[in-house]
Design a protein around this ligand. Structure first.
Ligand SMILES: [Zn+2]
Length: 223
């Protein structure tokens, strides 16, 4: 549906620009207004459905930017502008009406981090819909994996929405290295479900992974 809107809006904008008119017109505004209504209905419908099914006490949501690489830049700007506002309004009405706690989490690297062992790698997500951990081999729907990371991030300390990309990566990487070092010391134990498979693969994986560059070998448990 968004692709359909995108084509219509782009075509209209291009036509207007070709004729040296400004892009905004009554027709353009109407089309964009329809898009906004559509987004509002969809966001409200989906959130209401979640509330009906799960009656949650808390709603953990990643700070979305509503970007989609398959849509045009103009469309992405519109989505970002409308989507954020609509979702924010909906969430605040939930917290007012049902006293549902709303927690926003930092989205950075949440799609590349394994929700089981914590290993972070940009190759963990190939193809896009499937998450497959290079380390522990966990295979899971990519959205489910990311959602579990958000649930963990919402209750974990030290990770908030204001951290930069670099800082978040640092936390994720060091947490994994810490687990790995523990595993090295207690070969029989399985701290936080970090598997033996992980341990035997880690040295090779980490040396090829730019995210782990610059961390000393002792931290990685290879000394
Ligand atoms: Zn894993």
């Amino acid at each position: 549906m968004l692709k359909k809107y995108d084509l219509l809006i782009i075509e209209l904008a291009a036509n207007r620009q070709q004729q040296w008119f400004r892009v905004r017109s009554r027709k353009y505004d109407r089309l964009v207004g329809n898009l906004r209504e559509y987004l509002k209905n969809e966001i409200n419908r989906v959130v209401n459905r979640i509330i009906t099914i799960y009656s949650p006490a808390e709603f953990v949501v990643e700070r979305l930017n509503f970007q989609n690489p398959n849509l045009s830049r103009r469309m992405n700007r519109l989505l970002s502008r409308f989507g954020k506002g609509i979702l924010k309004k909906k969430l605040s009405s939930l917290s007012e009406m049902y006293r549902i706690k709303i927690t926003e989490t930092n989205p950075v690297y949440s799609s590349q981090e394994c929700s089981v062992c914590g290993y972070v790698d940009k190759n963990n997500r190939k193809p896009q819909a499937v998450f497959r951990c290079k380390c522990c081999d966990k295979t899971i729907h990519a959205d489910v994996n990311a959602a579990r990371n958000h649930a963990a991030r919402s209750s974990g300390v030290g990770m908030n929405i204001y951290l930069t990309k670099q800082l978040v990566l640092g936390i994720v990487v060091q947490r994994f290295l810490h687990k790995l070092a523990l595993l090295g010391k207690h070969a029989d134990s399985d701290p936080e479900r970090l598997s033996k498979r992980c341990d035997s693969l880690a040295e090779g994986l980490l040396s090829d992974n730019p995210y782990f560059r610059g961390y000393p070998a002792q931290l990685k448990g290879f000394s």
